[in-house]
Write a protein that binds this ligand. Structure first.
Ligand code: BDR
Ligand code: CA
Length: 310
């Protein structure tokens, strides 16, 4: 039997959990990764672009990587270097990729690929949504050309960057609002599920004993793991791996359709993803599938198997 390949595009702000998402995606034979774009977020674009190229080289993933936005649409960039390190990879220095440096802007490359895939392309976004918003504004027919958008971002309850907002949405709430309103089918993997999607220290250590990729995974996540533990989370949350594995292994997850809107005006609540999941009031449309739960031990075993294979 020939396995079905899903054409996908990854938009990332690499970042240690984006790096893990890239490594996991590179090991999933169901995925046909057509292109990758980098955006400023966890750290500045110069780092996220280089990190993405270098992680692809480590993974043996020969896919073009495009440069995207170096700042949010309207707000100054705020980063998460205190979690990911100033370089975004927790201080781990990877050999520099010798792949061709792509010069086409991310939004133009994404649009061209969406046209080529004739409605089959799925877009996985694990950073601030600036590149997507720019692409949708330049190419208004793009949402209609995408099969689905799967994002890591938001939360139906509290935030992590502020009491109200999750990091990716808080960094560029205006871009996020454009994406939630774009009309393409949307899967939101927010903190509801990603805070459950954790690997415990001994599980990370076991992966770390398994070769170059495992070692990189363990060493690059060390700083972020310590950050999580200091905040009372017993393991390292692999936020950005969730939309990747939701695409290929949806049975590990549970969720619900909801109306989701992004707060772009509030002072205390800027960047909050407001859902109608828990209220009597219902928004007029259900514009997203909000993922709420994951089978943590199956998630962890799958990641171990993928990162330690071969
Ligand atoms: C998200 O914020 C970033 O720091 C991570 O890479 C992830 O995409 C979690 O809130
Ligand atoms: Ca990220």
């Amino acid at each position: 039997m020939i396995e079905k390949k899903y054409p996908v595009w990854l938009d990332v702000d690499t970042g240690v959990d984006d790096a893990a998402a890239l490594l996991v995606a590179s090991r999933l034979t169901q995925l046909d990764i057509r292109g990758i774009s980098a955006v400023a977020g966890n750290v500045e674009l110069e780092h996220t672009f280089a990190n993405t190229r270098n992680v692809c080289a480590l993974a043996g993933l020969h896919v073009p990587v495009y440069r995207g936005a170096d700042k949010p649409l309207l707000r100054p960039l705020c980063t998460a270097a205190h979690v990911h390190g100033f370089d975004g990879l927790g201080g781990v220095v990877l050999p520099e990729s010798d792949a061709l440096v792509e010069t086409l802007p991310a939004w133009d490359a994404l649009y061209a690929e969406a046209v080529r895939q004739r409605g089959e392309l799925q877009l996985i976004a694990t950073g601030p949504l600036t590149n997507l918003a720019i692409a949708f504004s330049k190419y208004p027919d793009l949402p209609g050309l995408l099969k689905r958008i799967l994002i890591m971002g938001g939360s139906s309850k509290e935030g992590n960057d502020t009491p109200a907002a999750e990091f990716n949405i808080y960094v560029d709430p205006h871009a996020a609002q454009a994406v939630f309103k774009c009309g393409a089918p949307l899967v939101m993997c927010g903190l509801d599920v990603t805070m459950q999607a954790m690997l415990l220290p001994d599980e990370i250590e076991a992966i770390g004993r398994s070769g170059r990729i495992g070692r990189f995974f363990r060493d690059s996540t060390k700083k972020a793991l310590a950050f999580h533990q200091a905040n009372g989370t017993p393991g390292m949350c692999l936020h950005d791996v969730c939309p990747v594995l939701y695409l290929t292994h949806p049975h590990l997850f549970q969720g619900q359709e909801a109306g989701v809107y992004v707060e772009t005006q509030g002072t205390v609540t800027l960047g909050k993803t407001v859902t109608d999941l828990w209220s009597d009031f219902q928004f007029p449309a259900k514009n997203a599938f909000v993922v709420l739960d994951v089978d943590r031990s199956a998630f962890a075993s799958l990641i171990r198997d993928l990162l330690t294979a071969g």
